[in-house]
Design a protein around this ligand. Structure first.
Ligand code: NAG
Ligand code: NAG
Ligand code: NAG
Ligand code: NAG
Ligand code: NAG
Ligand code: NAG
Ligand code: NAG
Ligand code: NAG
Ligand code: NAG
Ligand code: NAG
Ligand code: NAG
Length: 572
């Protein structure tokens, strides 16, 4: 994707201010406890590790990758069968360019011939962030004492592999010289053939999932797999992407920003002078009016190539770009622990064994980065490198078009099974921006969604984890909508890393992707927790947090002063 120079510069400045490890990581790094509330269902013990079963994939070809699940440093339980290591990106077994993977088979009998791939974004961020803090079989999340078994591990549903890619990321080896998504997809396909051959996954249905910048990786890789027309290796069957980069950066990060800070007014308690200043700029730059015009169902037409607030070269002007810069600056004075990935976060900064608990990196004295430990590296056959959650120098130039232009439509049309989800509390990729990306995409012969999203997204009631370590939400938890093979879902109370903040929501999305539950509005219980009684009262129209321009004028957020409200009306 081409990033407008001014926006890049401004992001870099914000990143510098906040001492983020790298601008890319700040930009698009994919980056709970209360009394157990049960809804009349019985409380049973949950055993996520399934460690005693005979290994499913252990043979002469795979033993060198086998991980001893009882010997993972600082993890005091058996994480079960798994395999990890380096694998080349071509058929040359001596190819120095190798991706690193960690593969966890599932004991679920429904997962016999299905495999899920998970990719984090960046570019340059390790997919072990997802494995270790979002959707893996064991998690060590920020602010928690030690690793715990994840009740909502995706491996309870399907064989899942977390892949560090492209070259230059995490434990990967080789020279990071890719400059486009097309090249990255080629690398991945080379790796994938080797992976399929090693684990005997020929003919498996492939599901690809990811987050953030993986909104480029996933559709480009999926599209390249489809082009192979080779179901032995590349039977691409569906895709699930969270808070994904699918369109121009300005549309997802900048243009909806003023509306976003208004909507969440109580979390952005800007002073009157500043609010007025931002309103003036927003009006001058034409941002809110752009949202109001194009976030309609059906959309009025294609969004112009030249965005509002840009100069003759299509570059965002410093003045317009400063809406993001200045808002970040202003909120950081008021809330120094402000987390652009989850805007309801306040101080203190939490300890994070991956060193990146919010908008910027933070590792208190005495802390250590888990995957940089020599014993961890030895346990998973990793090379001895200074592992970082987000590495520099990866894909510093990406010449590919936004994914909503060609590849995303192609994947939707071919599979009729694509889910795009966005966390409502994410400011680095805002729901309204992602919806704008959808409304400028043509698939199945039509532009955008024709009808406005207003179906309820239902997360089943379930047996809670008696240890309380992975208790998670249930009930109507957002808004969903499907047309022509694409499903949109906005996830309440979730930041950028949806499976981390809303693990049950993500688990249900995976069930739907795999075809085990028919829709995101279904009130069927979780397939792995089938006895639990579910809601019988009406679900309503969904509780998604974004408004829609075709409704009557959006209501002011609570926390607005009367003065600011008057001002806003005048500006709209
Ligand atoms: C989980 O399952 C394994 C293997 O069946 C067993 O050894 C272990 O005790 C179980 N753990 C709990 C907490 O039930
Ligand atoms: C191991 O790999 C070789 C070469 O690809 C293959 O012929 C053989 O069947 C594999 N063995 C197993 C047990 O999958
Ligand atoms: C796995 O690790 C445990 C704990 O260190 C050890 O007791 C066990 O022998 C190991 N198993 C194998 C197969 O190496
Ligand atoms: C990247 O490096 C690989 C191997 O080192 C080489 O085959 C490939 O041509 C390079 N690509 C570019 C774009 O330089
Ligand atoms: C999204 O855009 C709509 C339409 O302009 C607006 O009413 C709503 O407040 C926005 N929501 C957020 C969370 O920014
Ligand atoms: C909208 O889509 C058209 C057609 O793909 C494309 O040319 C245009 O650049 C897009 N506009 C934006 C703002 O992304
Ligand atoms: C557009 O780009 C050209 C070449 O880089 C530059 O000379 C010119 O000043 C730019 N125009 C504007 C309005 O920024
Ligand atoms: C971003 O904010 C910093 C710090 O306030 C300021 O120095 C810089 O000029 C701003 N950049 C833009 C593009 O507005
Ligand atoms: C209002 O907020 C802006 C942005 O943070 C700041 O520059 C200004 O000093 C603030 N005014 C007061 C009175 O704090
Ligand atoms: C890893 O590499 C570092 C630096 O090259 C070296 O000091 C250290 O001994 C190595 N550790 C192991 C376990 O090989
Ligand atoms: C397998 O899938 C079916 C639906 O296709 C579901 O009813 C059943 O509960 C699933 N079993 C498990 C163990 O997930």
């Amino acid at each position: 994707m081409r990033l407008a120079a001014a926006l890049l510069a401004l992001i870099a400045l914000v990143a510098a201010r906040s001492d983020a490890r790298k601008e890319g990581s700040f930009l698009l790094r994919p980056p709970a406890a209360l009394p157990s509330k049960l809804h009349g269902q019985r409380l049973t013990s949950v055993n996520a590790t399934q460690s005693a079963s005979a290994p499913l994939f252990l043979n002469a070809n795979t033993t060198k990758f086998a991980v001893n699940g009882s010997a993972i440093p600082l993890v005091d339980f058996d994480v079960g069968e798994s395999y990890s290591g380096l694998m080349p990106i071509s058929s040359d077994p001596k190819d120095p360019n190798q991706l690193f993977f960690w593969f966890f088979p599932s004991q679920n009998p429904n997962s016999t011939k299905q495999i899920m791939i998970w990719l984090n974004g960046g570019p340059g961020c390790s997919s072990f962030e997802g494995l270790f803090q979002e959707n893996g079989p064991f998690l060590w999340q920020y602010g928690t004492l030690k690793p715990f078994p994840n009740r909502w591990s995706w491996t309870n549903l399907v064989h899942t592999v977390w892949v560090e890619q492209p070259i230059g990321t995490g434990f990967t080896q080789g020279t990071p010289n890719a400059t486009s998504e097309e090249e990255i997809a080629e690398q991945f396909k080379g790796f994938w053939k080797n992976f399929v051959n090693t684990f005997g996954l020929h003919g498996y249905e492939i599901y690809i999932s990811g987050e953030s910048y993986a909104g480029l990786y996933c559709p480009y890789i999926a599209s390249a797999m489809l082009s192979e027309k080779n179901p032995t290796y590349f039977k691409l069957s569906g895709m699930l992407i969270y808070d994904p980069v699918i369109t121009k950066t300005e549309i997802q990060q900048l243009i909806p920003l003023k509306l976003f800070t208004d909507y969440w007014g109580g979390l952005f308690p800007f002073n009157d002078t500043f609010r007025e200043e931002i309103s003036k700029k927003d009006k001058k730059c034409g941002y809110t009016s752009f949202v109001n015009k194009y976030l309609t169902y059906p959309p009025p037409g294609q969004q112009p190539d030249k965005l509002p607030g840009t100069d003759g070269n299509g570059t965002t002007t410093d003045e317009c770009g400063s809406i993001l810069n200045d808002s970040f600056e202003a909120i950081s004075w008021l809330n120094p622990c402000f987390d652009i990935y989850q805007v309801a976060t306040t101080c203190p900064l939490l300890y994070d064994p991956l060193g990146f608990p919010g908008s910027f990196s933070y590792l208190p004295e005495g802390g250590e980065i888990y995957f940089a430990r020599a014993d961890v590296q030895a346990a998973i056959h990793a090379p001895n490198v200074t592992w970082e959650e987000c590495a520099n120098g990866v894909l510093t130039t990406d010449t590919s078009l936004p994914s909503n232009i060609h590849v995303l439509p192609k994947v939707i049309e071919a599979t009729k099974n694509v889910i795009i989800a966005n966390g409502a509390l994410d400011m680095i990729i805002m729901s309204n921006g992602t919806l704008l990306g959808i409304q400028n995409m043509t698939w199945g012969g039509k532009l955008g969604f024709e009808r406005k999203p207003e179906e309820p997204f239902y997360v089943p009631y379930h047996n809670e984890d008696p240890s309380l370590a992975s208790i998670a939400a249930s009930g109507v938890f957002g808004t969903t909508h499907s047309e022509r093979g694409l499903t949109w879902v906005s996830v309440n109370l979730a930041g950028h890393m949806v499976p981390q903040y809303a693990p049950t929501a993500a688990y249900r999305q995976v069930e739907v992707l795999l075809g085990r539950v028919k829709s995101l509005s279904s009130t069927d219980p979780f397939t792995t927790d089938p006895e639990v009684p579910q809601s019988t009262s009406p679900l309503g129209k969904g509780t998604g947090q974004q408004g829609y321009a075709c409704e009557e004028e959006s209501k002011p957020a609570k926390g607005w002063s009367a003065k600011a409200l008057k001002h806003r009306r005048r500006l709209m």
